[in-house]
Design a binder for this molecule. Structure first.
Ligand code: ADP
Ligand code: ZN
Length: 712
């Protein structure tokens, strides 16, 4: 199986549970697979499909995704096809013939086909060895994405008695899980549940203040990377996309109200790396499976933790470090409540309030966010801190909150434990509003006694007191604050209490360096261009050629022979044959140009996420000299290195986000202009073409230094 994994898919090791699930299928037994997005579900049926005698039938509701999956399989030399409404009758005919003659190993089909007797007939003629049901939660009305067509799947059990069924999903609560098992008669199935932790994702919640400027800052740090921004309404998405375009970002809107051709085009551009940013309502995402989304922003508050986790799950499917940022304001909560109030059915409305409150709780958390998310899905995270969320990354400063806590609790008690946080905060800060004066609360001793705290701070402190059970939050629609289990004792015993100082998470995210990966960004960019060119020629999305992980490894180990290239993750026999030569050629040229050598690729070891610049490292030494404003020549002499090496250190330092001032190295304006024009003309950021344009007038080092300024 490992051979098959390497030769056909180019991978060295199985991800957790994959091997067990595959074995189950090969034994001819049913399986129920619950794995987070990006966990590697597809491989669980694609690999056994190659080993089993007949064909594997895959049912998926995601029509747009089918083509990508099939393209990806074909790129690995695996005979696969799909049948859905995007094909012409002639194309369907051709595919059916291929299936009948046994040419195909994997066939994808949309669920609505199964209702068609003609299609059922066609299926019954086939030798099917395995049936995979992707997005299995769509069969359940209890899920968040019910598709009536999925009810057709029951027919498959009748047409193919005894053929093993594998149901796969990334989202299923206990209830939905039971429903899937019942409806697909999976009572005998072995259940595989993998951890929902996504270690390569970092989470942050930022207060929604100057959010637009903050967003721009974050996007600049993710230049050239794929980003999804989720907004509340269609109008929001269009306005934000237009604003971002004005700032020079390639951003497109996506929502269900767009004319379908336009929607498809925008999605396609995103998948093909032609638009970097998609600004979307939650309608976006189901139909795409882009593995290299590096950042997911929630510009408005999501409606539920399930939804939020699924949307953030679209980041970093390829396992590389990626970020999830949510902008939170209380105003958004109010907006959501307004919409929930319009829901007529009572049960549904209550449920919506509950989900929203859970979301708010997550945003106001002062403990590890990952831990909280996982516990929401019934999983216990192994430690208190994850080191990958804003709470864990920004060391909290504690302060003596005894007095302010007493004040807050008194205000709750004095007003009769009948009001929500907003009202209590108004009382504490001495707000002059009608509601307060009508009730005479401006006469209470607690009125205006906390005006040394801002509303945002008070809300944060209340959140902490709730999680410490000094305050209780009751009711869903209009949560009311009351004395918590531990509140009475606290008041009676006059205990002291320490809380973490409310601060903005913006700092935390700016400081964030823990998720950098060690590779040559310049070479990565060149390989990315090459990938894009090939993808366009073949009419497939770039990630079908190679994923970012493969490019990252290439840009990290610089493989130049066929043998070492084949060790890169994602390089199987077919891709080695197709792309080995052209990719190693680019790597060889680059290595020569920059005086770099190939590095040993540890078998089966991916480039790991780690801090790019370590204290005491060689880069750190160069950094010290930069701080003394030395020229490149002087630094080279002082360190006994070539100017080229020193320049590459500086590039590394700046691209790793180190705060160093290199302005003193900026070439004079005239030179700068000339070089800039040459880069523009070359259409890329590679040095050789620029040197060709400019001739010998500039050295490679000068060009590289200039390039740093062009980038920032
Ligand atoms: P899911 O369907 O669970 O969201 P996918 O099947 O799309 O996940 O897989 C996510 C990514 O992980 C894909 O890019 C896939 O090629 C990659 N992948 C899957 N299995 C492995 C493995 N064993 N080693 C390395 N990469 C893998
Ligand atoms: Zn954490």
């Amino acid at each position: 199986m490992l051979n098959l994994l390497k030769n056909r898919f180019g991978f060295d090791r199985f991800r957790p549970l994959q091997e067990e699930i595959i074995s189950q299928a090969l034994l001819g037994k049913d399986a129920f697979v619950l794995m987070p997005t990006g966990g590697g579900k597809s491989l669980c049926y694609q690999l056994p499909a190659l080993k089993m005698p007949g064909m594997t039938l895959v049912v998926s509701p995601l029509i747009a995704l089918m083509k990508d999956q099939v393209d990806a399989l074909k790129a690995n030399g695996i005979p696969a096809a799909f049948i859905n409404s995007t094909l012409s009758p002639a194309e369907i005919d051709r595919t059916q013939t291929e299936a009948r003659t046994g040419e195909l190993k994997i066939l994808y089909a949309a669920p609505e086909r199964l209702a068609n007797p003609g299609f059922q007939n066609f299926l019954s003629e086939l030798k099917i060895s395995l049936i995979a049901i992707d997005e299995a939660h769509c069969i359940s009305e209890w899920g968040h994405d019910f598709r009536p067509d999925y009810r057709n799947l029951k027919i498959l059990r009748n047409i193919f008695p005894g053929v093993p069924v594998m149901a796969l999903t990334a989202t299923a609560t206990e209830k939905v899980r039971e429903d899937i098992i019942r409806q697909l008669s999976l009572g005998q199935a072995k259940v595989f549940i993998s951890s929902f932790n996504r270690p390569n994702l970092s989470y942050a919640v930022l207060p929604k203040k100057d959010s637009y400027d903050q967003l721009i800052g974050i996007l600049q740090a993710h230049k050239n990377e794929s980003v999804i921004i989720y907004c509340f309404s269609r109008k929001n998405t269009e306005n934000l996309a237009a604003d971002l375009r004005e700032e020079g970002f390639s951003a497109l809107a996506y929502h269900a109200g767009l004319e379908s051709g336009k929607r498809k085009k925008n999605q396609e551009k995103f998948i093909r790396d032609e638009a970097r940013i998609i600004v979307a309502t939650i309608a976006f995402g189901m139909g795409i499976d882009k593995p290299d989304v590096r950042l997911v922003v929630h510009y408005n508050l999501p409606k539920s933790i399930e939804g939020y986790y699924q949307e953030t799950g679209r980041a970093g499917r390829d396992g590389l470090p990626s970020r999830c940022v949510l902008f939170y304001s209380f105003g958004d909560t109010i907006k959501q409540q307004f919409f929930i109030r319009q829901i007529e059915e009572e049960r549904e409305r209550d449920n919506a309030y509950k989900k929203l409150n859970q979301m708010v709780e997550y945003c106001e958390l002062s403990a590890c966010r990952r831990r909280h998310l996982l516990s929401y899905f019934g999983e216990e995270y192994e430690s208190e801190k994850c080191g990958g969320c804003d709470v864990c990354l920004s060391p909290k400063v504690e302060f003596d909150a005894t007095v302010i806590s007493q004040k807050i609790i008194s205000a709750i008690v004095r007003t009769g434990e009948r009001f929500g946080a907003s009202y209590i905060i108004d009382v504490l800060t001495g707000a002059k509003n009608k509601k307060i004066s009508e009730r005479g609360h401006q006469k209470l001793s607690v009125f205006g006694i906390a005006d040394d705290f801002s509303k945002v701070e008070l809300r944060n402190i209340i959140g902490q007191l709730v999680s410490k059970k000094l305050i209780a939050k009751m009711g869903d629609e209009y949560p009311v604050l009351g004395l918590g289990e531990r509140g009475k004792e606290f008041l009676k015993n006059r205990e002291n209490i320490l809380l973490s100082k409310p601060e903005s998470g913006a700092e935390a995210i700016r400081k964030r360096t823990a998720f950098e990966v060690d590779y040559d960004r310049e070479l990565f960019d060149q390989l990315r261009l090459l990938r894009k060119k090939i993808a366009d020629e073949k009419g497939v999305p770039p990630f079908v050629v190679f994923g970012d992980l493969a490019l990252t490894q290439m840009a990290s180990y610089l493989p130049q022979s066929e043998e070492s290239f084949s060790k890169i993750s994602g390089v199987g026999e077919e891709k080695l044959k197709q792309y080995g030569k052209i990719f190693t050629e680019v790597i060889r040229t680059y290595a020569k140009e920059n005086n770099l050598e190939e590095k040993n690729i540890p078998a089966g070891k991916p480039a790991t996420a780690r801090r790019a610049i370590r204290a005491g490292s060689t880069y750190e030494e160069t950094k010290k000299l930069v701080q003394q404003k030395m020229s490149i020549e002087k630094m080279a002499k002082a360190r006994g290195m070539t100017p080229g090496t020193i320049t590459s250190h500086i590039e590394k330092l700046t691209s790793a986000g180190e705060e160093i001032n290199i302005n003193y190295l900026r070439p004079p304006a005239k030179k700068m202009e000339k070089i800039a024009r040459a880069f523009q003309k070359s259409g890329g950021s590679a040095l050789s073409p620029v040197r060709e344009i400019l001739g010998d007038e500039f050295s490679y080092e000068e060009l590289r230094v200039a390039r740093m300024f062009l980038k920032s």
